[in-house]
Write a protein that binds this ligand. Structure first.
Ligand code: HPA
Length: 289
C-alpha cells in the first residue's frame, strides 16, 4: 500500500488521467493503481453533515473527484467532493465525501460513474447516509431512521437508456436484511434510538408542500429526501448489498412551525450525524463486511 506522501505524489501524476500508452484511464484503473494491495470492499456515501466520518480512516489516500474520470462535482454546500480510501476497523473502505443529486442537472444518472467505480474496484457492500425529513414526531430532528424500503416518487430511473436484461432489477429486499439486523443490534447495545422506515424520493430542489407530505404519509412514507434512491437502484443492478441511514434534520413540510431551508438542514445534521457515525464505525470495527 502507498503511504500518504507517496499517494499525494501519485495523485498529481495520475491527475493527467493518462495511462503510459497515452490512452485515458478510467477512474477504477486510476484508483486500483493508487491503492496497490489495498482493495476496498465497502463503499460509503456520506450525506450532509457526515464528511468528518472519513477522518477515522487509517493511512488514508484522498482523491478529489476532479482527479477521477466522470465523477460528478457536488454543487451543494456540505458536500466535499473527495474519495477517501483506506482501512477502518476490520474493513477496507472507499468513502465518497459528497454526492450529486438529481436536482442539480435533472439527471438521475448523476451518481452512475461513482457506483460503477465502487463496484469495479471491488466494493460488494454500499453504506449510504443522507439527510431527510420525518413524517413522525416519534422520529424528531436529530434522530436516525434506517431505510427498510423506498418509494420512488420522481418516476425517474438511473437505468433509463441501459440495454440488456440486467436493467430489470429486482428491488425486493433492496435494503439488506442482515445489515439492518446488525445495525439495529449495535444501536440497541449503545442505546442509540434507531427506527426503520420507508424513504420517499422527491426530485427537489424545492422542499415538499404540506399536501405532498400528507400524500406521502397515505402512500406509506416515513421519511422524505432528495437523494439515495438512484444510488440504491444502481448498486442493486450491480449486485451490491445496501444499507441506508437517514439523519433526520426536520419534520416534513406542514408538520412543524419551522421554515424549511438548507441552512436548517446543515445546522440540524450534526446531532444525528454523530449517532450515524457511531453506528457505522461500530459496524466496520466489529464485522468484516
Ligand atoms: N424533504 C426533502 N429532503 C430533505 C428534507 C425534507 O424535508 N430534509 C432534508 N432533506
Amino acid at each position: 500500500m502507498l503511504g500518504p506522501s507517496l499517494a499525494s505524489f501519485a495523485q498529481v501524476v495520475y491527475k493527467a488521467r493518462l495511462a503510459c500508452d497515452g490512452t485515458p484511464m478510467t477512474a477504477a484503473t486510476h484508483i486500483k493503481r493508487l491503492c496497490g494491495d489495498l482493495q476496498p470492499r465497502v463503499g460509503i456515501i456520506l450525506g450532509t453533515g457526515m464528511a468528518d466520518f472519513a477522518e477515522q480512516v487509517e493511512a488514508p489516500i484522498s482523491l478529489p473527484y476532479t482527479a477521477l474520470d466522470d465523477f460528478p462535482l457536488p454543487a451543494v454546500s456540505g458536500h466535499a467532493g473527495q474519495l477517501v480510501l483506506g482501512r477502518l476497523g476490520q474493513n477496507t473502505v472507499a468513502i465518497c465525501q459528497g454526492r450529486s443529486h438529481y436536482y442539480e442537472r435533472g439527471d438521475a444518472t448523476a451518481m452512475k460513474p461513482v457506483i460503477n467505480t465502487l463496484q469495479a474496484i471491488g466494493c460488494e457492500t454500499l453504506l449510504i447516509t443522507n439527510a431527510a425529513g420525518s413524517l413522525h414526531h416519534s422520529a424528531p430532528p436529530g434522530s436516525v431512521v434506517m431505510t427498510s424500503d423506498h418509494l420512488n416518487f420522481t418516476g425517474m430511473s438511473p437505468l433509463f437508456g441501459d440495454s440488456g436484461n440486467q436493467r430489470f432489477v429486482d428491488m425486493v429486499g433492496a435494503y439488506d436484511t442482515d445489515l439492518r439486523q446488525q445495525l439495529q443490534a449495535m444501536a440497541d447495545a449503545r442505546e442509540i434510538p434507531l427506527s426503520e422506515g420507508v424513504y420517499m424520493w422527491f426530485s427537489g430542489p424545492q422542499f415538499e408542500t404540506p399536501a405532498e407530505i400528507r400524500m406521502a404519509g397515505i402512500l406509506g412514507a416515513d421519511t422524505v429526501g432528495m437523494s439515495t434512491v438512484p444510488e440504491v437502484i444502481l448498486a442493486r443492478a450491480l449486485g451490491m448489498r445496501v444499507a441506508a441511514l437517514s439523519v433526520i434534520t426536520n419534520m416534513a413540510a406542514g408538520l412543524s412551525e419551522t421554515t424549511l431551508s438548507h441552512e436548517q438542514t446543515l445546522a440540524n445534521a450534526h446531532q444525528g450525524a454523530a449517532h450515524v457515525s457511531t453506528l457505522l464505525t461500530t459496524l466496520l470495527q466489529d464485522v468484516t463486511l
